[in-house]
Design a protein around this ligand. Structure first.
Ligand code: DHE
Length: 580
């Protein structure tokens, strides 16, 4: 503890010293510039559901400024939305430093105020000087940190049972598809700020239905049979949607926690549609459910030891989850402990979990083209971990050569020179990294960076291609330059040296207002079209722009006033078969 205390204090002192100022003095503008946040520097979990919750204020301590009820509520909200993603819900530290009161009281109000105001080159955003927080809010947060943190509630079996509803019992559901939709070519589109998804027909591009879901659905996943669609809201609510109904309909719902991001379904042969699993940010846990009813069956906490230094972490969040095709297992990626858990669902009463040591702050990832190897970004360490889901072990940890890899599910293609590769783009810079994935055919290249490409800029979240395509699409929605955040770069896979072409999708949408952030390409079933969201503010017009993959020209701009803040898009066929 002492060691950490010294390092935080030293960092704060150094931060101020490098600006050449004492806490109360205003630094020179060129010094402030040095502390500005990089693109994506603030792209950390927003625990906005926890921020809404009523939490009990801690008791008053002598010498520590007391906060009124209203101040405490406001500070809590700011903390969960802006700070908890790095510093942790309990303030014990994650990618950011710990902020427990033994440390903060030692540092004192003025240090904290300056740190929040100016940020640090170590990655702390300059919340005050960027204008994100007012001077009063900076002071409020400095005082808040001198008080004990509130502890959000747990969410165990009684709470899950209470939230669980089977709206259409299994025996009342159809035994064959009751509609003539091309189910495999439907897209489930997240309407982030309206708490809904849009089901859109990939052929006609018409909205089939808007369905109410949990708050700000993060992802949709499809059961192995292609019948069931699962969505997970940030509020931990799962909706199970039956695509065989006369029109797609929610048949069950359940809340697995208070903050969540991931859901998946069993895909092993013989286990199709049997189980679902979801992971939570808070409480730190995963839950195995019945695949057809969402009945919660088994809750497992992820609290435990960090893989390398082996100290206890009280809130390791569950990030990406995928289903193995080689074993009856889920691949559960735990952010803070850096472990990949292979959760075997053959006998959930006697649960077998293989905990693979990988790297810290696991976030998102996808399979290689064979479906055997899972590549996951340890984003704060600029690495990608490769997990063999057949033999259940770590195969490689690869330095990506860029800052903060963020692959989404990544992109698989056959490189003209290096054979099968998997690609990721980066949040922190323009690097696009290609990693060899063929240990049999190309052993010299396997699990090595074989090439890096220069994309159009940092702030990238998702990269995409399709087995039938020779294009590689890279978005940059978090780039600070509006021209870049509203366009994508596309490379020709047969001539990577030629560089990229920029497609100004925001402009092509015909929308003239707002940031028009262009995010997450997703292919149709045939791999002939790619869909991008033009993501605007809640009260502004948004759209989905569909491009012909060969010509790179617009096929259709889907606009509808019901398309509120579209972000992720999940094609049924590609999602259920892990085609990317
Ligand atoms: Fe995501 C995937 C977490 C912000 C859109 N996002 C994921 C996954 C995780 C995650 C753990 C992998 C899930 C899986 O595979 O099981 N995302 C987080 C965050 O913690 C973060 C940084 C901040 C937060 O508060 O949530 C965050 N994500 C965003 C956004 O702001 C995005 C752009 C818009 C939105 O809808 O919220 C966004 N995340 C997505 C999408 C995917 C995703 C579209 C799935 C991509 C895919 O192709 O599979």
């Amino acid at each position: 503890m002492r060691r950490i205390l010294v390092s935080v204090a030293a960092a704060a002192a150094l931060s101020l010293a490098t600006m050449g100022v004492m806490a109360a003095e205003k630094p020179k503008s060129e010094d402030i510039k040095k502390h500005e946040t990089t693109p994506g520097g603030k792209y950390q979990p927003n625990l906005d559901v926890l921020g809404e919750g009523e939490l009990e204020a801690p008791g008053v301590k002598e010498g520590v400024p007391a906060l009124t009820g209203a101040e405490f509520t406001k500070a809590n909200q700011i903390y969960f939305e802006r700070c908890a993603g790095c510093h942790g819900v309990l303030r014990k530290g994650a990618t950011g430093k710990p902020l427990t009161t033994d440390l903060t009281r030692e540092l004192g109000f003025e240090y904290l105020q300056a740190f929040i105001n100016y940020g640090s080159p170590g990655g702390m955003p300059n919340w005050g000087t960027s204008g994100d927080l007012s001077a009063d809010e900076v002071d409020l947060m400095a005082n808040y940190l001198l008080n004990e943190p509130p502890v959000p509630p747990e969410w165990g079996m009684p709470e899950m049972q209470e939230s669980w509803k089977v709206l259409v019992p299994v025996d009342k559901r159809p035994t064959k598809p009751m509609n003539d939709l091309d189910l495999d070519n439907l897209f489930s589109v997240t309407l982030r700020d309206s708490g809904e998804i849009a089901i859109i027909d990939g052929g006609t591009k018409e909205i089939v239905k808007i369905i109410k879901t949990g708050y700000a659905v993060h992802i949709s996943r499809i059961s192995a049979s292609g019948r069931y669609l699962y969505t997970i809201g940030r509020d931990g609510k799962i909706d199970l949607i039956d695509l065989w109904a006369k029109e797609p309909q929610t048949v069950a719902e359940m809340k697995i926690g208070i903050e969540a991001r991931s859901v998946e379904t069993s895909k092993m042969k013989g286990w199709e549609d049997k189980y679902a699993i979801a992971g939570a940010y808070w409480p730190p846990q995963y839950v195995i459910m019945d695949g057809e009813t969402l009945e919660p069956l088994k809750i497992v906490s992820t609290r435990g030891m960090v893989y390398d230094e082996q100290f206890y972490h009280p809130e390791p969040r569950v990030a990406a989850i995928v289903a193995s095709h080689y074993n009856p297992e889920f691949v559960v990626n735990v952010k803070e402990t850096g472990q990949v858990l292979m959760v075997n669902y053959e006998d959930i009463k006697n649960l077998k979990v293989t905990a693979i040591e990988a790297e810290r702050f696991l976030h998102d990832g996808g399979f290689d083209s064979t479906g055997r190897y899972f590549l996951v970004a340890a984003n704060a360490r600029n690495k990608v971990a490769v997990i063999d889901t057949k033999d259940n072990k770590l195969v490689a940890l690869i330095e990506t050569g860029g800052a903060t890899p963020h692959p989404g599910r990544g992109a698989n293609f056959v490189h003209p020179k290096y054979g099968p590769v998997w690609a990721t783009s980066h949040l922190g810079d323009e690097t696009v990294t290609l990693i060899g994935t063929d240990p049999e055919g190309h052993p010299d290249q396997a699990w090595k960076v074989v090439e890096t490409l220069e994309g159009q800029g940092g702030g990238s979240l998702f990269i995409k291609t399709h087995p039938k395509s020779r294009n590689l699409w890279v978005d940059t929605p978090l780039n600070p330059e509006p021209e870049l955040s509203s366009s994508v770069a596309v490379f020709n896979l047969d001539d990577l040296e030629a560089g990229y072409e920029t497609i100004a999708i925001g402009e092509l949408s015909g929308i003239t207002e707002g940031a028009r952030r262009v995010v997450q390409g997703e292919y149709n079933k045939e791999g002939t079209e790619i869909w991008f969201s033009v993501w605007n503010g809640k009260d502004q017009e948004s759209a989905i722009v569909v491009l012909d993959d060969k010509t790179r020209k617009v096929v259709k701009v889907i606009k509808d006033k019901r398309l509120v803040t579209p972000t992720g898009k999940f094609n049924v066929f590609n999602t259920r078969n892990d085609v990317y």
